[in-house]
Design a protein around this ligand. Structure first.
Ligand SMILES: CC(C)(COP(=O)(O)OP(=O)(O)OC[C@H]1O[C@@H](n2cnc3c(N)ncnc32)[C@H](O)[C@@H]1OP(=O)(O)O)[C@@H](O)C(=O)NCCC(=O)NCCS
Length: 167
């Protein structure tokens, strides 16, 4: 008996771990070696790839694939259709293999807005915020809101997401 909820259309592969109170909704897939903390929510059509670590209290909205090489800390929020990457210069003919994926960190309490793209190798700082549709190409400082393509610093935000000061 699991102490998490999984909709009947979702798959959790052998060798994945899912914490108590987490909910996994329709058509989602958690792959082997992934570790998901407690009280998380995975919306519809979410994929958590092999060996990905997700902390506690993380909310992942519909249509997000969290690829190997990405780590998501406690209470982060991933908006609908956020896009992650793990290879900066991929070629179908010359795969680099998972040992060469670039690491992407989503730190505690950070928010990624709808449809934003996070280019791999970057860290989104604690309680930082990424605006809808942004393309993040550099690290984002803690408590900083970035918007645009390429994403630029737009404001300071507090822990609750209020905009404190626009640049
Ligand atoms: C970035 C964001 C936090 C800004 O909020 P805000 O400061 O209240 O924004 P405003 O509506 O006052 O807009 C301020 C300016 O920034 C621009 N702007 C707002 N959001 C933007 C975005 N995502 N990308 C680029 N520019 C944006 C506005 O066009 C406006 O420009 P102007 O001053 O030239 O007219 C918000 O627009 C956003 O993208 N939130 C994410 C929502 C989301 O994805 N939620 C997911 C869960 S449903």
């Amino acid at each position: 008996m699991n102490d998490y909820f999984k909709h009947e259309s979702a798959y959790v592969d052998d060798g994945a771990s899912v914490g108590r109170g987490t909910k996994i909704w329709h058509f989602s897939h958690v792959q082997s070696g992934a570790s998901i903390g407690e009280n998380c929510s995975l919306g519809q059509n979410v994929n958590i790839s092999n060996n990905v670590i997700i902390g506690n209290g993380v909310k992942i909205q519909n249509n997000v694939s969290v690829y190997e090489g990405v780590e998501v800390e406690d209470h982060a929020f991933l908006g609908p259709s956020v896009v992650f990457t793990n290879d900066l210069t991929p070629r179908a003919e010359y795969p680099k293999g998972h040992d060469n994926y670039l690491k992407t960190m989503i730190k505690k309490g950070a928010t990624i807005g709808a449809n934003a793209t996070i280019v791999c190798g970057n860290t989104i700082g604690e309680y930082a915020m990424v605006g809808a549709g942004a393309v993040v190409t550099k690290d984002v400082k803690p408590f900083t809101l970035v918007v645009g393509n390429p994403a630029y610093e737009y404001a300071k935000v507090d822990e609750k997401g209020n905009i404190i000061k626009k640049f």
